[in-house]
Write a protein that binds this ligand. Structure first.
Ligand code: NCD
Length: 331
């Protein structure tokens, strides 16, 4: 059996300044080099997961807390498994069933968890800025797992990883992001991440669901569904009904939305690939046969989520850009 090891620890010397505490709150925390480094670590990790023994010792003795104030299937399960596969201890706290139900504030919840000395707190919250707030009141490295409609940086990274695996490159790739951009933190992070790696993004959707001025993030906008044909990747967004103000009519009806904007096989070119961050509204933004077809990378995105989140946790705690960083070595 092959041994899985990491490079030896550099021993800190007396008088060394404490290493800066890094977070992943938004894509703006990253530059091109850090994206390349994270995707490279994810590739190394993916190779290690082909083996019989999938656990790496890299984060033994570390604690990763998952603090989720909104529903999640993929993000929570992948962060939990990512930490476990790196041998860290994990704790998950969901708002429902915790003292949040009894009215405990985010600050008191964060301070309570901070007493366990977590190395990383992964947080999802409906309010923009909640991850930054937790970064201000604890000593942990913070990872934003989605704050309102603001940012979801690890989703964008896993999407870049998935595209690069499928197409062999990111530079010059053209991605059409289709649907409810207005309520989508996934879209905001992905547009910025694509710009960082030299890819091109076109937002496609009804004018009511495209935020005004979004072009300033570095993308083009179209209100013609036929324009998805020009893209290499068609990235479909969920209609986020839970974030739509009651009473505001963003679309006449879901049936009309599906007819006008749904991604169907008739609207795709044969060589295009299709992605969706999940959860899907089958038959609304994406036709079921497209979701299940060979051009769909939706299950690949889930697998990428695990290795990319392992890379992010490793990078924050043991890797990173500094001189004493240890690139992950898998023997
Ligand atoms: C996304 C989210 O929560 O922002 N889902 C996810 O993380 N896979 C997208 C969505 O909810 O539509």
């Amino acid at each position: 059996m092959t041994e899985l090891t990491t490079a030896p620890l550099r021993v800190a010397r007396e008088g060394d300044p404490p290493p800066p505490r890094r977070h992943l709150l938004a894509i703006s925390d990253l530059d091109r080099n850090s994206v390349d480094r994270l995707l490279g670590t994810a590739t190394t990790i993916a190779r290690s997961l082909d083996r019989e023994v999938k656990k790496l010792p890299a984060l033994r003795g570390r604690l990763v807390v998952n603090l989720f104030y909104e529903s999640s299937t993929r993000t929570l399960s992948s962060f939990d498994l990512a930490a476990k596969r790196l041998s860290a201890d994990t704790m998950a706290l969901r708002s429902s069933g915790s003292s949040v139900d009894k009215g405990e504030s985010l600050k008191d919840t964060a301070l309570t968890l901070a007493e366990y000395d977590p190395d990383v707190i992964v947080i999802r919250h409906p309010h923009i800025g909640a991850p930054q707030f937790v970064a201000n009141v604890t000593h942990a490295h913070i990872v934003n797992a989605g704050d309102g409609k603001h940012q979801h940086p690890t989703q964008a990274l896993l999407d870049l990883y998935t595209m690069r695996e499928a197409l062999g490159r990111l530079d010059g790739v053209h991605v059409a992001i289709v649907g409810d951009v207005l309520h989508s933190r996934v879209a905001r992070s992905l547009i910025q991440a694509l710009a960082l790696v030299g890819a091109r993004a076109t937002l496609v959707g009804p004018p009511t669901l495209i935020p005004r001025g979004v072009e300033s993030l570095g993308c083009e906008v179209s209100t013609d569904i036929a324009d998805i044909e020009a893209a290499d990747v068609v990235y479909v967004l969920r209609m986020q009904r839970e974030r739509m103000d009651a009473g505001a009519a963003y679309v006449p009806s879901l049936r009309e939305y599906a007819a006008e904007w749904g991604v169907t096989s008739q609207r795709l070119r044969p060589s295009q690939i299709v992605m969706h961050p999940g959860p899907m509204n089958r038959g609304v933004e994406i036709a079921p046969d497209v979701a299940d077809s060979a051009v769909s990378l939706i299950s690949e995105q889930v697998r990428s989520g695990l290795v990319v989140r392992m890379a992010v946790l490793y990078d924050l705690l043991a890797g990173g850009p500094g001189d004493d960083a240890r690139p992950l070595e898998v023997a």
